[in-house]
Ligand binder design. Sequence first.
Ligand code: ACO
Length: 333
Amino acid sequence: MRKIVKQTYKSMITGLSYAVPKKILTNSDLESIVDTSDEWIRSRTGMVERHIGDETTATSDLATEAASKALKKAGIKAKDLDIIIVATVTGDTPFPATACYIQKNLGATKAAAFDISAACSGFLYGLTIADTFIANGAYKNILVIGAEMLSKITDYTDRTTCVLFGDGAGAAVVQPSDGTRGIVHTYIHSDGRLTDLLIMPGGGSRKPATHETIDQHLHYIKMEGPEVFKAAVKAMGDAAVEALKSAGIKSSQLALLIPHQANIRIIQATARRIKLPYEKVFVNVDKYGNTSAASIPIALTEAVEQGRLQRDDYCLLVSFGGGFTTGAVLLKI
Ligand code: ACO
């Protein structure tokens, strides 16, 4: 058996939680909106339902709820936070940062708050930044949030995308490790050659909002589904292999793989790539659809709540997303 590389754990997650809107949009609801079927959606994606926010709910509302619960679990007060990092592509406004709205809601007056844009990999990019800040001794109490309201940028006349996405938020408090466990290894990578595969073309400096951009539906997600699928299978597999290799552990030593919940077939392919039995893979894509940056923190919270992770277990988080961005974080629980 390969030996585990001796780790010096710098940071660990001390509180986790999530929030989703109450309203559920089922596959059969979608059958009455576009030309699709429950059978098609289940067999091609593994999705059954997703949570969708109402008109008045913004990303910071869900994120604040998730963050408040995570802070409580960590046993720290918002005013003690040093940094708030929010991963999102559906912020409340193009600027200021959604992190600043959440800071106000929480009363985290001491913190520096900022957003990062790495689509579905955003939460893992956020964990990587938090781990680095803690490792270099700069900060102690960091809140990392992945939060999205993809329903607000989903075109419900486009059957190739509208069945896929849901809303939600997940939050983690990251603090210095107790020395025996925590973040073992982080890996992030991007491939800017693939930007056009998954994009919201309108509303930025390239195509500012005009009547024309609205008429052309440019303020919605556009996706080359099969191309994204192929790139995702490769990127998620590569990231998982790299993380295990760098950390010096074998996949048989993993208690659980928590992949980004985009499509059951991408999840299965990632597990096959590292030869992991399917019972060691966490899946909730059936309940939430693809919630982008929120997907991994929601799944990690549920995995802990369901007792799928015990103290000292190795858990591998892996993601891919628009950009293309890829991430992997290995945790010792
Ligand atoms: N209902 C019924 N039929 C549909 C639907 C639908 N909702 N959507 C597409 N189809 C049809 C297509 O029109 C096509 O019909 P045709 O053969 O007559 O042309 C047929 O189904 C097959 O379409 P494909 O796109 O080839 O289907 P595929 O098996 O590739 O599945 C899917 C499509 C689910 C989108 C898949 O490609 C996928 O999951 N891609 C990755 C998507 C993803 O993960 N995106 C998120 C990235 S993360 C982020 O950053 C947000």
